[in-house]
Design a protein around this ligand. Structure first.
Ligand code: C2E
Ligand code: MG
Ligand code: MG
Ligand code: MG
Length: 293
């Protein structure tokens, strides 16, 4: 009886696997068509200075907007786009779009932009040329662009990591900055913080302390902040959802933060409005003459 039950389970599993595979293929077909039909948009989420909540940068986050359906988030389609290689074309489109949108924001308010880059894009021998072309076409200075990569990309040994390193070093030589995204979740090595071409660490949101009593998380965050600061890296805390978390991060010496507490990702036009509002707040310059009334 046990054997029969095992067989049944195997059959159920097999059906589920086939279903999953069919779903993946259908998703991939729809994604291909969506790339051809321009059904994507880039939304932007502010990254703020913790001192005064001023938005100093925005992160570009891709959205799929199938006509007549609700928007689809990247967690649902980026994995399929990566497996299939479609991410190379999609990622290049996001980069060009983000540079174009950010060029005006940078000109007016000094805002910089960060763009997620998938491992597949960094294996493309033309990535450096494509990124520089996106900058040139938009007029955005190289120093106003940060590329976000995950830890795995550079730590992996072999030809792929070597190719990725070449791209990042070449782009950094032009002024582009490099951020490690979701820091702390991968196979981190302290040596790479010292040796690799990086400028920014984004602490993964799984490290966010739940509240003031969450001392273990706070100890980890403090250690990461101290380490990165000592190495001259900029720290961004991800997933900040409450005022208490923002206050705690500030106390721990963290410079920048991103999260729903400050702002959600919004379409380009709304991001422009938000930056304009922040940019128009006049801050009294230090040492300026005081006018009485
Ligand atoms: P990520 O790069 O770590 O981006 C941050 C994600 O956290 C975004 O999800 C953002 O909406 C979400 N988030 C921001 N603040 C909060 C918060 O306070 N609480 C919570 N719970 N979440 C918050 P999103 O937009 O769904 O993107 C998910 C992931 O998809 C990104 O994670 C990134 O890895 C990937 N992704 C997004 N756009 C692109 C892209 O253009 N290219 C590539 N290769 N990957 C992308
Ligand atoms: Mg990111
Ligand atoms: Mg992240
Ligand atoms: Mg993530």
């Amino acid at each position: 009886a046990a054997k029969a039950a095992g067989k049944d389970q195997a059959a159920v599993f097999d059906v589920a696997m086939r279903q999953e595979q069919a779903d993946r293929i259908r998703l991939l077909e729809r994604l291909r068509a969506a790339v051809d039909a321009d059904e994507f948009a880039v939304h932007y989420q502010p990254i703020v200075r913790l001192d005064d909540a001023h938005p100093v940068a925005v992160e570009a986050l891709v959205r799929w907007l199938p006509p007549g359906r609700s928007p689809v988030g990247p967690d649902l389609f980026i994995p399929a786009a990566e497996d299939s290689g479609l991410i190379v074309a999609l990622g290049e489109w996001v980069l060009r779009r983000a540079c174009a949108d950010a060029a005006e924001w940078h000109r007016r308010w000094g805002t910089t932009v960060t763009v997620n880059v998938s491992p597949r894009q960094l294996v493309d021998p033309h990535f450096t040329v494509k990124a520089l072309a996106a900058l040139r076409a938009s007029g955005l200075p190289a120093a106003a662009l940060t590329l976000e990569i995950t830890e795995g990309v550079l730590v992996r040994s072999g030809a792929h990591a070597a190719q990725a390193l070449l791209h990042l070093s070449a782009l950094r030589a032009e002024g582009v900055r490099v951020a490690i995204d979701d820091f702390g979740t991968g196979y981190s090595s302290l040596a790479y913080l010292r040796d690799l071409p990086i400028d920014v660490l984004k602490i993964d949101r799984s490290f966010m302390p739940a509240d003031d009593a969450d001392t273990q998380q706070a100890v980890l965050v403090r250690a990461i902040v101290d380490l990165a600061t000592g190495l001259g890296l900029t720290i961004v805390a991800e997933g900040v959802e409450t005022a208490d978390q923002a206050g705690l991060l500030r106390a721990l010496g963290c410079q920048r933060a991103q999260g729903y507490h400050f702002a959600r990702p919004v379409p380009a036009a709304a991001a422009g409005d938000l930056l304009a509002l922040a940019g128009n707040v006049q801050i009294e310059p230090v040492g300026a003459e005081q006018h009485g009334d």
